[in-house]
Write a protein that binds this ligand. Structure first.
Ligand code: ADP
Ligand code: SF4
Length: 677
């Protein structure tokens, strides 16, 4: 199958300054949790995107000087020759596949606390850092001169490292955007006051970077096209900034003022949602424009270009979920595209200080450490495998085992495949999560050696009788009905007639009525989403959480504030920092996590979102009844082994399938600084 000619435009080269992009697929700067800490891991991951056809592949935010240190987050850095060598490895990996390498030079200004370098942070005025009890030092003229020199030094190093596109970064609240801010910039010199003055530093950086490296490198600017909020830089002023300096960079990488909307999750934002705010910039600047929008549909991409909104299709998440997205479009393999589901798990793990992972792409971050390729698995396998359970773990395992050459039977008790993904994707806002199932079903459908049997609950006797060489149990987990969880170490006993529900009940269509208390001790998305489901069913809901905010962990996915806003707007009462003590069918006793004081809250039904019990009875029946002795190897994968997020279930299924039958124990390389002997 070849490319649909309507998509040819996506493969037209584009000149930006002195360099030419081979096509319109542009991986914009995005966090990885690798940065300066994991250089091999980073280079291999970025190189994989170039191999998959991305025309440009950029770094994450790359600190240009030790006064901008975002510890504990693994930012990239271009402070010295050591950094230069490490990032040159990334540029080389990208160049090896004919793509251009971009670097986003970054200074955090007042935002950072410099926990590692312990240098005072600098800002347009003395302002508190994002989180720590520390303020920046107000920059004087000498500091400004020094800062411009640091920027230049980093740009020169970037050029020497082989980068082709070098960023100036006046947005997201970092140093250069502080200068643009009407409210923060109280300077009375030529860098403060009028917009022309506030833009001065940005203009100088653009001009100086071009003068220093512009003979070989393109200069890009990452800018919020709708300003930074009324008090900092209004939308009108943002237009004026583009009017003033629009002609200076070779490429505009446009973002918006709200970072968590820009990388908005699919629970709250749809594909291409930035268009209304950035669409004007291309005509105004006359320069090529790139921006993001969780683009996975080639038709949408073509529309963005043909309608004059964008020249380049920017992507972070779609390139994480499918590094081979461009190649698949070019080859007309549309059904092979692994579409991002917009869950923001990739962002969450950077935020947790570890290398990114992806729900859809289990090989993300494992390119160097385990040598995993997103499109290739070791082939030539033979033998039979029975996979029990077609949730994300079982589907991924069956898919990879099939590609390896095994004869695979995949059975599920349910009438539809997908396990928790199918059930959860019917909840408010989670529709796109069904892509986890759909991609794998598509792939399996193409494999004649994989058979799927639905509506087939297997007993231990049936598994044994089947006689496969290997059995992978992907039977999942069930939500507990006894309150046991993170903040409750003992099971709570409820009277027999008390109406106590679990998330599984609600997903199976058993929705309580009356006055419902939902207790969330899981503290991620499911509690808030179920509360919303209840509210939409005209149920009066009181949401109680042991966390200090609704769906607290979703701060890592950038969804917490939207979650709480959405719940409040739906009329849901929210009570935080309380644990559940008892429920007698008419009222619940709630305890303050700080004082232990109890309050009684009337409720006719209780929904418990606390923790899950692995569904491993089949495993113990088999192992206990001699399944292993009979010559069949039995392995648990996914939630049945370790209840976790969907990304972990997919990863577990992938790893087991990739490594099945390999005699050598899988050893992962370690990316670290090693003292030379
Ligand atoms: P995971 O996230 O680990 O993939 P899920 O809970 O999403 O787990 O999926 C588990 C699947 O296993 C469900 O679809 C369930 O119907 C299926 N299942 C559980 N026990 C059996 C069994 N004995 N026979 C067949 N299917 C089973
Ligand atoms: Fe998309 Fe989720 Fe993967 Fe991130 S983790 S790239 S949001 S599927």
């Amino acid at each position: 199958m070849g490319i649909d000619p309507r998509h040819n435009i996506l493969f037209e080269p584009l000149k930006i300054g002195p360099v030419t992009l081979p096509n319109r697929f542009y991986q914009v700067p995005h966090c990885t949790g690798m940065g300066h800490a994991l250089p091999h891991t980073l280079a291999a991951m970025r190189g994989m995107k170039a191999e998959g056809g991305w025309g440009a592949v950029c770094t994450e935010y790359c600190s240009l000087h030790p006064t901008s240190d975002d510890q504990p987050f693994p930012f990239a850095s271009m402070w010295d020759d050591g950094d230069m060598a490490n990032l040159a490895a990334m540029a080389d990996a990208v160049h090896a596949h004919g793509a251009l390498a971009g670097i986003e030079l970054w200074h955090g200004g007042s935002y950072v606390a410099n926990l590692a370098s312990r240098q005072p942070s600098i800002g347009v005025r003395s302002m508190p850092s994002r989180e720590d009890p520390v303020q920046s030092r107000r920059m004087d003229k000498e500091d400004l001169r020094a800062f411009r020199q640091w920027h230049l030094a980093a740009a020169r190093r970037a050029k020497a490292a082989g980068f082709d596109i070098i960023y100036v970064y006046p947005s997201h609240g970092y140093l250069v955007s502080e200068f643009l801010s009407r409210s923060l910039n109280g300077r009375t010199d030529e860098y403060g006051g009028s917009l022309v003055n506030r833009v001065r530093l940005f203009r100088e950086l653009l001009e100086e970077t071009r003068a220093a490296v512009g003979d070989r490198c393109a200069v890009a600017a990452r800018f919020a096209a709708n300003g930074h909020g009324e008090e900092h830089l209004s939308a009108e002023e943002a237009r004026d900034v583009l009017g003033l300096v629009g002609h200076l960079p070779d490429l505009w990488d446009l973002v918006i003022d709200d970072y968590y909307e820009e990388m908005g999750s699919s629970r709250f934002y749809s594909e291409g949602h930035l268009e209304g705010r950035i669409g004007y910039a291309r005509a105004l600047t006359g320069k090529p424009v790139v921006s993001v929008g969780r683009f996975t549909s080639p038709d949408t991409m073509v529309r963005q270009i043909k309608s004059g909104v964008l020249d380049l299709i920017g992507a972070a998440r779609p390139s994480i979920a499918d590094p081979f997205l461009p190649a698949k479009i070019r080859e007309g393999r549309y059904e092979d595209i692994r579409e991002c589901i917009g869950c923001n798990i990739c962002y969450a793990y950077n935020y947790r200080g570890s290398a990114i992972r992806c729900t859809q792409n289990p090989t993300m971050g494992e390119e160097w450490r385990r040598g995993w390729h997103p499109e290739r698995v070791p082939g030539g396998a033979s033998g039979t495998v029975l996979v029990v359970g077609a949730g994300p773990a079982g589907l991924e395992a069956a898919h990879i085992l099939g590609k390896r050459g095994y004869t695979v039977t995949l059975a599920d008790a349910a009438k539809e495949a997908g396990g928790r993904v199918s059930r959860e994707s019917r909840l408010p806002g989670l529709r796109e999560w069904s892509r986890v199932r759909d991609y794998r079903l598509q792939q399996i459908a193409k494999l004649s050696n994989v058979s799927l049997y639905l509506d087939n609950r297997l007993s231990a006797a049936e598994v044994r009788e089947f006689g496969a060489d290997d059995v992978l149990l992907a039977t999942g987990a069930r939500w507990r009905r006894d309150g046991l969880g993170r903040s409750c170490p003992v099971q709570i006993e409820f009277p027999n007639d008390a109406l106590v529900f679990t998330p599984d009940d609600l997903m199976d269509g058993r929705v309580p009525a009356g006055e419902v208390l939902l207790y969330d001790d899981d503290n991620y998305y499911l509690g808030p989403v179920l509360a919303l489901l209840l509210a939409r069913n005209a149920v009066r809901v009181c949401y109680v959480t042991s966390g200090s905010r609704a769906g607290e962990w979703s701060k890592y996915t950038g969804e917490q504030d939207r979650t709480q806003r959405q719940m409040l707007e739906a009329g849901i009462e929210i009570r935080c920092s309380e644990t559940l003590g008892a429920f007698d069918g008419r009222a619940a006793a709630l305890h303050c996590v700080y004082t232990g004081n109890a309050v009684v809250r009337a409720a006719s039904a209780l929904v418990l979102v606390t923790s899950r019990e692995p569904d491993d009875a089949l495993y113990y029946e088999l192992v206990g009844s001699g399944g292993a002795e009979s010559g069949t190897r039995i392995l648990r994968i996914g939630d049945c082994l370790q209840p976790s997020i969907i990304a972990a279930a997919v990863y577990s299924g992938h790893k087991a399938a990739r490594e099945l039958g390999s005699s050598a124990p899988a050893v992962a390389l370690r990316d670290r600084v090693q003292i030379a002997k």
